[in-house]
Design a protein around this ligand. Structure first.
Ligand SMILES: [Zn+2]
Length: 206
């Protein structure tokens, strides 16, 4: 399928119901990453990388129960458009991390092809090896850009993840302590004679 969807976007296809769209400015981004050199393989790598990044977001978004509308590629990267519904701050931070997670996966795959146990370099040839090395550089540049803690880049949400996880861990610990205290109280009410010092007795550490 090839048609104009929103102004300036070309719909290339669909991924699990979400439109894959390329903005007319995308070639400029590809050119920017190739240093305005004629490198079609690197341009293709840019497209593959951005799409994989957006599919990473979309996969986590679907796990979180969000509805993914489109995966877009444009001059300075891409975007995943989704309705988060009832997704909380933690889910949003995980969805934001999905793009970088996909890039890490691609980096490991590239590393395996270039320097894995099977020597694929003779099969790839000089052009293939160079293309994969350029792909790794593009991967690092896009990841570094996305990790900047600035709106609307992923970094703005990703760096909220450590404090949000710590907060979740604290509330889980607090909940389990409250549950233990409630069951101790329940036991005390049921059998007031029985002395229960297991929970509140003195403790020593050496
Ligand atoms: Zn992203």
């Amino acid at each position: 399928m090839s048609r104009m969807d929103r102004p300036g976007y070309l719909v290339l296809g669909r991924w699990k119901g979400a439109a894959i769209r390329v903005h007319l400015s995308a070639p400029l981004g590809a050119l920017l990453f190739s240093g305005f050199d004629y490198r079609p393989l690197q341009w293709l790598g840019f497209l593959v990388l951005i799409l994989a990044h957006e599919i990473g977001h979309a996969t986590v978004a679907r796990w979180a129960g969000a509805q993914v509308v489109s995966l877009d590629v444009h001059a300075i990267g891409g975007r995943c458009v989704y309705y988060d519904g009832f997704a909380g701050a933690l889910a949003r931070a995980f969805i934001a991390s999905g793009g970088i997670a996909a890039q890490v996966g691609l980096w490991l795959l590239t590393l395996l092809v270039l320097d894995g146990p099977v020597d694929l370099r003779p099969t790839l040839g000089e052009t293939g090896v160079k293309a994969l090395q350029d792909f790794t550089v593009t991967n690092f540049l896009v990841a570094a850009l996305n990790l900047l803690p600035l709106e609307p880049l992923d970094g703005a949400e990703i760096w909220k993840l450590p404090p949000l996880l710590a907060q979740r861990a604290r509330s889980l610990v607090r909940r389990s302590l409250l549950k233990r205290r409630a069951s101790a109280l329940e036991r005390a009410i049921r059998d007031p004679e029985q002395e229960d010092q297991g929970e509140d007795g003195p403790r020593l550490l050496h």
